[in-house]
Write a new protein. Structure first.
Length: 367
């Protein structure tokens, strides 16, 4: 019996960060070539908004395509990390006009990944389908997770959903199990730190790692004592914009020791700098507490605790965390990020009709 040949899909993945553009070319779910295109701070200073960087970023992507002989007309999908819109359930979405308009409004947040939606849409004019998957506003919270303590302030799902899903699915694949059957705690440790409870394929609770909740990180304050924070806000010393910058950009490790690079702080700690040693241990301590909270969300039924993101490379941080929470479940380390692979795999599954392509509608969520 003749084997039916596998369909061959060419997929371009783009992932825009504040100072870089990551690009990768996939055939099906296999990466053929990738690049991390850095944008020097001097270059970025020319632009007073993310949106004005569109042509500069597009030129960098076009150069990558030309240098690697990639024909835009043969791409089946262009998939970008995205974008800040109304809350969405997990899955892969078509980048349509509704999504682009909501993202551009900045009502739901603003980040370089919002521009990624625009660039994917532009590149798709050559015949590809523009997509995004498991966006930062992915919302699968259980009802109890939404309570904060004040009815006017609802706990929002806003964290590193794409890397969470990617690492969790990678663990499921590696262990020969179905993600939808597992209870996992996933910890993303990067510029921000987010810890989420994954309950049978749904991220049912997490700290808001993008806007001041949970553990402090390299330059974000995480959760702060509310009374002291209110006093600081009304002290007359800071504008609202300055306070937002203090908690998201000037807080965390940077505020304590004047440095946001984890490797540098670790070297200083190893050289006898006690303040650096303490702040690293305090960060790992707070991550451990957040993992414990997620274990309670899952009623103690946890298959694994997964540590991912750039700081998962650190033996010091992960060792401290494992000492504190190793009793909960086996600790698994996946240093780095799974965002590019996760985007490609989701696009490939849509093209193979293994998952639906969801569509945002005006005034609704999706169909």
């Amino acid at each position: 019996m003749l084997e039916v040949p596998m369909e061959r899909y060419e997929i371009l993945v783009i992932n825009l960060g504040s100072s870089s553009t990551k690009v990768a070319y996939y055939i099906n779910d296999t990466c053929m070539v990738k690049a991390d295109l850095a944008h020097p701070s001097e270059e970025l200073k020319q632009y007073d908004s993310i949106w004005k960087q569109a042509d500069m970023r597009m030129d960098a992507i076009e150069k990558f395509l030309d240098e690697n002989g990639i024909d835009k007309g043969k791409l089946a999908a262009v998939v970008s990390r995205g974008g800040h819109t109304r809350p969405l359930t997990g899955g892969t979405y078509l980048i349509n006009q509704v999504m682009l308009e909501e993202s551009a409004s900045e009502v739901y947040g603003n980040h370089a990944c919002d521009l990624g939606l625009v660039l994917a849409s532009r590149l798709a004019r050559y015949g590809a389908s523009p997509m995004t998957a498991n966006t930062p506003v992915t919302d699968e919270f259980e009802p109890l997770a939404r309570y904060s303590g004040l009815p006017e302030i609802e706990r929002r799902s806003s964290f590193h959903a794409l890397n969470h899903k990617g690492a969790a699915r990678h663990y499921a694949k590696e262990t020969g199990r179905d993600y939808g059957s597992l209870n996992l705690i996933v910890v993303h440790m990067g510029g921000g730190i987010s810890v989420a409870a994954h309950k049978r394929g749904k991220m049912v609770d997490a700290n808001n790692g993008l806007a001041g909740d949970g553990p402090f990180s390299t330059n974000r304050s995480g959760g702060l004592p509310v009374g002291s924070l209110i006093s600081e806000c009304f002290s007359g010393k800071y504008t609202q914009k300055q306070m937002m910058r203090r908690v998201n950009g000037e807080g965390g490790m940077l505020a304590y020791v004047g440095e946001s690079d984890t490797l540098t702080v670790e070297r200083r700690a190893e050289s006898g700098d006690e303040s650096c040693a303490m702040v690293l241990d305090a960060m790992a301590y707070q991550v451990s507490k957040e993992i414990g909270a997620c274990a309670a969300v899952l009623a103690g039924q946890v298959d694994a605790v997964i540590l991912t993101g750039g700081m998962a490379h650190s033996e010091r941080l992960t060792g401290f965390i494992e000492e504190r929470v190793g009793f909960i479940a086996p600790i698994v380390r996946y240093p780095g990020e799974y965002e590019m692979q996760s985007l490609a795999e989701n696009a490939y599954e849509v093209l193979c009709k293994k998952q639906p392509l969801l569509i945002m509608e005006q005034g609704g969520e999706h169909v």
